[in-house]
Ligand binder design. Structure first.
Ligand SMILES: C=C(O[C@@H]1C=C(C(=O)O)C=C[C@H]1O)C(=O)O
Length: 416
């Protein structure tokens, strides 16, 4: 590589960082992401200055990014500005890009910004939420849970008793891990490192000014995806083991053996997905798996589900299934209601956007929503990592704690 092209790449990398920094200091909500198996990074900036609360109706929403909490209404970031960057962080010219960020800032400061300037105006009814608005009142109630191994093990034991009493078959309990970030921590750098380390994951970086928070994640789990050909996809993902052997070597998926507990735990999620299809009397789905898949430092069991919505003349399937699926038993439990109750009574933190869903919608006729796992909330130099584990009658509390440690390491190993 010549020094000039090196300089050009540096300039381009800086362009992404510079865009982020500028929009951040202007208080524009934004989302940056890399889809699984893609090396392209996409960025949208919402110039309205505050996100909107909207139902995730894939048929109604304009181009943008959805960020949904575990419980409660979804936030919608409008794609007023849209940028794409290739592997080398070169900007890819795009026909739907719209105006420049500089022009938008100028207009915001000196002229009145009009909603009609958005790249794909919405016909949906919008409800603005006020700045610094909490997700719900309970956010204040649970502020930063304090966990240690013993407390978490007690929570797991309580869940096992509830399962043995027949209240539910499975419940997913989670915990947080609080870390002070080093001074050298750079957010775009952390995002880039995750993109390189986990090419099969959905890597995302979302800035929500009204929550004064940035969420960074590398999730392996698709919730609902509908591509340009109308192919709908979802998956059931559960069961966790380390992908790293005793001598520090990377294991191969075929060498992994699963226990009865893990097979059953993942089967609950598959059954749940099939129940959702049954509710809408849809039989024409393809199911493949379960197979072992690697997700960074971990292995999971995964079954894939696919439907051709064009062949079935069912374009609303994505929206309908999203409503039925979330929260799946991969992050909540089975049956849903008692599991939700136990989570609310037992966990010491508020889940906020962890185990909710997020992703781009209606960008170039595609929508890709993922479960918000392997995620960290960053506020100033304070980071809160979230991780959970599926508990069944056969769970071992110490192993479950260790599983949440490994899940936090997926991000921590790369970004710290
Ligand atoms: C709950 C999480 O992950 C989910 C739970 C899993 C499990 O219990 O084995 C595995 C994958 C995910 O569906 C998480 O990463 O926090």
């Amino acid at each position: 590589m010549t020094p000039t092209s090196e300089f050009h790449i540096l300039q381009q990398t800086n362009k992404l960082a510079k865009l982020w920094q500028t929009a951040f200091s202007e208080g524009f909500p934004m989302a940056l992401w890399q889809l699984p198996q893609s090396t392209e990074k996409q960025l949208i900036i919402d110039l309205s200055g505050s996100t909107q609360r909207k139902k995730t109706d894939l048929d109604e929403l304009p181009a943008g990014f959805v960020m949904s909490p575990f419980q409660g209404e979804s936030l919608f970031l409008r794609g007023d500005l849209y940028y794409r960057f290739d592997t080398n962080n070169h900007e890819i010219e795009d026909d739907i890009k719209g105006k420049t960020l500089e022009a938008a800032i100028f207009e915001k400061k000196y002229l009145h910004y009009s909603d009609e300037d958005a790249i794909a105006p919405s016909s949906a009814k919008e409800e603005e939420i006020s700045p610094k608005h909490s997700l719900d009142s309970s956010l204040e109630k649970w502020n930063g849970g304090l966990y240690n191994e013993m407390i978490f093990a007690e929570m797991v034991s309580k869940a096992i008793i509830a399962i043995e009493n027949g209240e539910m078959q499975k419940v997913v309990l989670s915990r947080t891990k609080n870390v002070t970030l080093p001074e050298s921590f750079e957010i775009i750098d952390a995002f880039q490192k995750l993109c390189k380390a986990y090419p099969n994951a959905f890597i995302s970086l979302v800035y929500l000014p009204e929550f004064e928070a940035i969420w960074l994640g590398a999730t392996p789990e698709t919730l609902v995806s509908v591509d340009g050909q109308g192919i709908f996809k979802t998956m059931s993902l559960a069961g966790t083991q380390s992908a790293i052997g005793d001598n520090g070597e990377m294991l191969s998926p075929i060498s992994i053996r699963w226990s009865h507990k893990e097979i059953e735990e993942q089967a609950f999620v598959s059954r749940y997905v099939i129940e959702c299809f049954k509710k809408i009397r849809l039989r024409e789905y393809c199911e493949s798996g379960p197979k072992t898949v690697q997700a960074g430092n971990l292995m999971h069991l995964r079954t894939d589900f696919k439907v051709d919505t064009k062949a079935l003349n069912f374009p609303q399937l994505g929206t309908v299934m999203l409503e039925l699926l979330h929260p799946t038993s991969a992050v909540c439990g089975m049956p849903k209601e008692p599991a939700l109750r136990l989570i609310a009574e037992t966990e010491l933190h508020h889940r906020e956007f962890y185990s909710g869903f997020l992703g781009p919608v209606n960008i170039k006729d595609e929508s890709h929503l993922f479960v918000n796992l392997r995620t960290v909330k960053i506020q100033g130099n304070h980071a809160t990592f979230f991780a959970g584990c599926g508990i069944t009658a056969d769970s071992n509390p110490v192993k479950e704690w260790y599983e949440t440690e490994m899940k936090s390491q997926t991000l921590m190993n790369v970004i710290l």
